[in-house]
Design a protein around this ligand. Structure first.
Ligand SMILES: [Zn+2]
Length: 347
């Protein structure tokens, strides 16, 4: 799932929870207090969306690049948010070039400040024509309805390039073509996206981390980093793949017996690795303790399902103990011993 099907089916309803708040105020402004004119609804909404996407990308980029040395799987992590025009509903596509460039099907939605892409001069609203000289393709799935296949293919093309070599992009902006070479910037491999929806849900399926848009209204970036680090840890630890290999069932029965035990184990591991990812990236790992103590009861959905998890206070205690156990003078990045077992079968 992605924002696309939701945009296509309930574009109007979106404004109920992702209203036209000035982007810099998204984290703190009560949404209900904001009033905007109807004409500016779509434009402002897309501005809010871009701001939240950029916040997620910045957190993910910090976590991914700072931890590259401790990850088994790395990919180019240039600090780009890539989107495709056909991931949006056909009814709104006409207004998108004015907002996002889109002189072709795939464009840069945002660039992370300080990233290799920013240093190479890549700008938001640049259209991406080719990666390493090979033109990007359009997936026909998005012709008549919103579909992320074109975007996904572009993201995978970039991720398939060698992480230790510069990345070459062919860009188009106001009719001008330019070739940019982005310095190699490896990061732990994962895709990330904000999922528009009303719930505080977050998930990780081994390929992509999805964080609900409500987080960006409800929390500041330090709290969101806790959630992103937890979900990212599931992907780094290959939990989905290992749970599947262990024959663990999803759904109702997943909460009981061996299924429940293995789910709880992966949740605990993700909590514990998450604090190391945060610390290595310059975040305060104590924010994870605060998050579980103060907000643990609010989150839902995905791998946050209540009965497969230890209680929020137990999670806070476990995270606090993990932080306390970090050896004095531990290097940055620190590789926690739990990564030694990341390739073993779950049992
Ligand atoms: Zn989880």
């Amino acid at each position: 799932m992605s924002r696309a099907p939701i945009l296509s089916s309930a574009f109007v309803a979106l404004s109920a929870f992702l209203l036209s708040v000035p982007p810099q105020a998204v984290a703190t402004m009560p949404v209900a207090s904001m009033v905007v004119s109807e004409q500016s609804d779509d434009t402002a909404l897309f501005g809010v969306m871009r701001d939240a996407d950029a916040r997620l990308a910045t957190i993910a980029w910090r976590l991914a690049t700072a931890n590259a040395a401790i990850c088994r799987d790395v990919a180019p992590t240039p600090g780009l948010v890539v989107h495709a025009i056909d991931q949006y509903d056909p009814a709104v596509r006409k207004q998108l070039p004015a907002l996002f460039g889109f002189e072709g099907p795939v464009a840069v939605e945002a660039v992370v400040a300080g990233s290799a892409a920013a240093k190479a001069g890549v700008l938001a609203n640049d259209t991406i024509e080719a990666v390493d000289g090979k033109p990007l393709s359009v997936d026909p799935a998005g012709t008549t309805q919103a579909n992320t296949a074109t975007r996904d293919a572009a993201q995978r093309r970039i991720a398939a390039e060698p992480a230790d070599r510069p990345l070459h992009l062919s860009l188009l902006r106001k009719g001008q073509r330019r070739e940019v070479t982005i310095a190699a910037q490896p990061g732990c491999r994962s895709r990330f996206e904000m999922l528009i929806g009303p719930g505080l849900s977050a998930s990780a399926d081994g390929d992509i981390v999805q964080i609900g848009s409500r987080f960006f209204e409800r929390f500041d970036d330090r709290m969101i980093a806790v959630v992103v680090a937890h979900e990212f840890s599931h992907n780094i630890l290959h939990h989905r793949e290992r749970l599947d290999a262990a024959g663990v069932k999803r759904g109702l029965l997943s909460e009981f017996g061996r299924n429940g035990r293995l789910f709880r184990r992966t949740e605990t591991e993700a909590d514990l690795l998450g604090v190391h990812l945060m610390r290595n990236a310059g975040y305060d790992p104590q924010d994870a303790v605060r998050f579980w103590r103060e907000h643990g009861g609010e989150v839902d959905g995905g791998l946050f399902r209540s009965r497969t998890h230890p209680s929020s206070s137990a999670r806070a205690d476990a995270v606090a103990a993990e932080i306390a156990a970090i050896p004095a003078g531990a290097p940055i990045p620190y590789r926690p011993p739990l990564l030694d077992h990341a390739a073993e079968p779950l049992q």
